[in-house]
Design a protein around this ligand. Structure first.
Ligand SMILES: Nc1ncnc2c1ncn2[C@@H]1O[C@H](COP(=O)(O)OP(=O)(O)OP(=O)(O)O)[C@@H](O)[C@H]1O
Length: 306
């Protein structure tokens, strides 16, 4: 197991930022850590990387307890904090040399060249960091996080503030890195999770509210409801259809287009709709199960009051 978080609580004065949070991340998994503002994402990431101690609970990274092995663990973790702290007066190569020195890397020049290539910094490597665009500064942050060849990469909102082209590039970079390393990334962007992550953990008000494979999250969240979209050849009598067993609701969307709801109990409602259409001389032009977007899942799990 790469990361084991056991019953972690963190309080800042009277503010409880994390409340008995537990999860495990196996080696090689790319996990999206989602939550609204103030949910506790950055706090959790700072605790995993050893920059903040938990108030209670334990964290193990690569089998080592963070409280007893903070320095060893920092060598195993690459960390890109939310506000990527860089020295704007340093040149890209100079900054990466300094980071390599901190880690006592055996062949720093070769490794720096490799990371500059991997993160696409080659055309900008002779510039001062202060002269770089935000996207390239983010790449410098990723390059420093990757320099010691960490087993685990923790990325706090890695694409925030980037333009759409830079977002695509940095996502592609993270996807490639995720083939070899355990990656945990926080984000507010749902498409980012769908594009990069195999698994999603959603945190709200300091507590985990969902933890599932990306593709299963929707079904597990909306397990008590299924929606079928049906387009008939002409408007139908909804009262008649709603009397069929298993149908809990019908709403009209367009001339002959309906959303039909049924309990998500594993019973397929589509044959019932089909049979009703035949008996009532209606033709079904299109029928499909609606898949809920990750946005809807996020909203359902984290809207205020939940
Ligand atoms: N140093 C601190 N002192 C006091 N309270 C803090 C401190 N750091 C964070 N908090 C509080 O803890 C809670 C969790 O904050 P955290 O930064 O972990 O959330 P987040 O999910 O990363 O939010 P965002 O998406 O806005 O970055 C918030 O209510 C925040 O105000």
């Amino acid at each position: 197991m790469s990361i084991q978080v056991k019953q972690v609580t963190k309080t800042y004065g009277i503010q409880k930022a994390l409340n008995e949070v537990s999860f495990n991340i196996p080696s090689g998994e790319v996990v999206g850590f989602l939550g609204p503002n103030g949910a506790g994402k950055s706090t959790m990431m700072k605790i995993i990387t050893g920059y903040l101690p938990p108030s209670a609970g334990e964290v193990e990274v690569c089998g080592m307890n963070i409280a007893d092995n903070t320095l060893d663990i920092r060598r195993k973790i690459g960390y890109l904090p939310e506000h990527n702290p860089l020295y704007s007066d340093m040149y890209v190569s100079e900054y990466l040399s300094m980071v390599a020195g901190i880690y006592h890397l055996p062949k720093p020049d070769a490794r720096i060249r490799e990371m500059i290539g991997l993160t696409g910094l080659t055309p900008e490597k002779h510039k001062k960091i202060g002269a770089l665009s935000k996207g390239y500064r983010q790449r410098v942050g990723l390059a420093q996080a990757l320099l010691p060849d960490p087993k685990v990469l923790i990325l706090d909102e890695p694409t925030t503030g980037l333009d759409p082209n830079q977002i695509v590039d940095v996502r592609e970079l993270i996807r490639n890195i995720g083939r070899e390393k355990t990656v945990m990334l926080s984000t507010h962007i749902m498409q980012e999770v769908q594009a990069i992550c195999q698994r999603v953990i959603i945190i709200n008000k300091g507590e985990i509210v969902a933890d599932n494979r990306s593709e299963q999250l929707s079904a597990s969240t909306f397990q008590n409801e299924e929606i079928i979209n049906v387009e008939f050849d002409a408007p139908i009598c909804t009262e008649s259809l709603s009397l069929q067993s298993g149908i809990t609701g019908i709403s009209q969307h367009g001339a002959a287009h309906y959303k039909i709801t049924a309990p998500g109990d594993g019973n397929d409602i589509r044959p019932v709709i089909f049979k009703w259409a035949v008996e009532n001389q209606r033709v079904i032009l299109e029928m499909n199960r609606e898949s809920r977007s990750l946005e809807e899942v996020f909203h359902a799990l984290t809207r205020s009051g939940s």
